[in-house]
Design a binder for this molecule. Structure first.
Ligand SMILES: [Zn+2]
Length: 65
């Protein structure tokens, strides 16, 4: 058994929110979708402005588990 899955993660608090959520996914695309869902459901943001998406992408961590 091998556990060599690529994961990407994002901490909402890095965007200056008071939010303790950490989102984890298998790819950046998947993670960005999850972040958009999270922003809508938890923060009521329907659209993420392009500059915020850039900030989010910049703060995404890539790792393995
Ligand atoms: Zn949040």
């Amino acid at each position: 058994m091998y556990f060599d899955l690529k994961i990407v993660s994002f901490r909402c608090a890095e965007m200056g929110t008071n939010c303790s959520y950490t989102l984890i996914a298998r790819s950046k695309e998947e993670l960005l979708r999850d972040i958009q869902n999270h922003a809508l459901r938890i923060h009521g943001m329907e659209d993420l402005p392009a500059d915020l998406v850039k900030k989010i992408e910049f703060s995404i961590k890539v790792g393995r588990m």
